[in-house]
Design a protein. Structure first.
Length: 303
């Protein structure tokens, strides 16, 4: 009886162990599906390290299968700009504001670091004079600044006398597109002929407040040419301005444009003022004589 009893107990223990081992084997087979491959099994093993595998943790991987990352340059550039160089609204961050394209002409340097000519109301400056010109040496160049109360053109001529004719002329012309360009002319009598050879460089100009203003450089010395003079020599300066039609200059505004009283040397800086016609009335000899006569009459009284 002992032997059958022992065999029965052994059979019961075997059945009990099989029951215990069966669910564990079935659970492990579900947690690591056979169709995930070796990499999926590695992920499942890593996820169950140190704890029992939870079927609920495997569901996200089944619902959202892993997508391989696109490592192309286009993807990199898109992500880089999206993260670093776009504002919250999706626009590129603004760059630095542009520099003012034309720096205003300084008149406090006149007579010190540059020479100036002013024509108009006493005390006027580059923005209020009827005509303004400045010049200064910069290395092997001369920088000129011109401004006039006009919608057309402003110019300076270099002449061996005070008359128009045979003169080298630099003009700043306002065209129909709103641009101010530097042109080179040669006076043939009373007619200005445009010359293709233009010595101007570093040119800039602006039309603002009904004024044409420009700045440019020109070499001090140039190859000998009838239409271009050497500025290291002294010349009379002719000042003129007037209207333009489709970018072409027409006759100057006044019949007798102002002229420098004496030849101008680029090596000497002066600040010269020339009153316009409206402010020359009391400077004429006739007007002075009239003032003296009226003063004498008032002092002596009537007979």
């Amino acid at each position: 009886m002992a032997a059958p009893a022992a065999s029965l107990r052994w059979l019961r223990w075997s059945v009990w162990l099989l029951l215990l081992a069966g669910p564990a084997t079935s659970f492990s087979s579900w947690a690591v599906p056979a169709d995930e491959g070796s990499s999926g099994g590695a992920r499942a093993a890593a996820g169950s390290h140190g704890r029992e595998s939870d079927p609920s943790r495997a569901q996200p991987d089944e619902q959202y299968p892993h997508q391989p990352h696109d490592s192309s340059y286009g993807t990199f550039a898109s992500e880089f700009y999206d993260m670093r160089f776009l504002s919250d609204e999706g626009y590129p961050f603004p760059t630095a504001p542009p520099v003012d394209p034309f720096a205003k002409i300084r008149v406090d340097d006149c007579g010190k670091t540059k020479g100036c000519f002013r024509y108009g109301k006493p005390g006027c400056n580059a923005e209020t004079c009827d005509y303004f010109l400045s010049y200064r040496r910069i290395g092997a160049d001369i920088e000129f600044e011109l401004s006039a109360d006009t919608e057309g053109w402003v110019a300076v001529g270099f002449s061996s006398d005070k008359k128009m004719g045979g003169d080298d002329v630099m003009a700043c012309v306002h065209d129909d597109n709103g641009r101010v360009r530097i042109h080179h002319f040669y006076n043939v009598g009373q007619w200005a002929k445009e010359i293709q050879r233009n010595p101007a460089r570093d040119e800039e100009g602006i039309f603002e407040n009904n004024r044409v203003t420009c700045r440019f450089k020109r070499p001090v010395k140039v190859p000998r040419d009838e239409t271009i003079v050497d500025l290291h020599l002294s010349w009379y300066y002719l000042f003129a301005w007037g209207p333009a039609i489709q970018g072409s200059i027409t006759r100057h505004d006044i019949d007798s444009p102002p002229v420098s009283e004496r030849v101008v040397s680029i090596y000497k800086y002066e600040d010269i003022f020339m009153p316009s016609a409206a402010y020359q009335t009391f400077s004429s000899p006739f007007c002075l004589l009239l003032i003296v006569a009226l003063t004498f009459y008032l002092l002596m009284g009537t007979p």
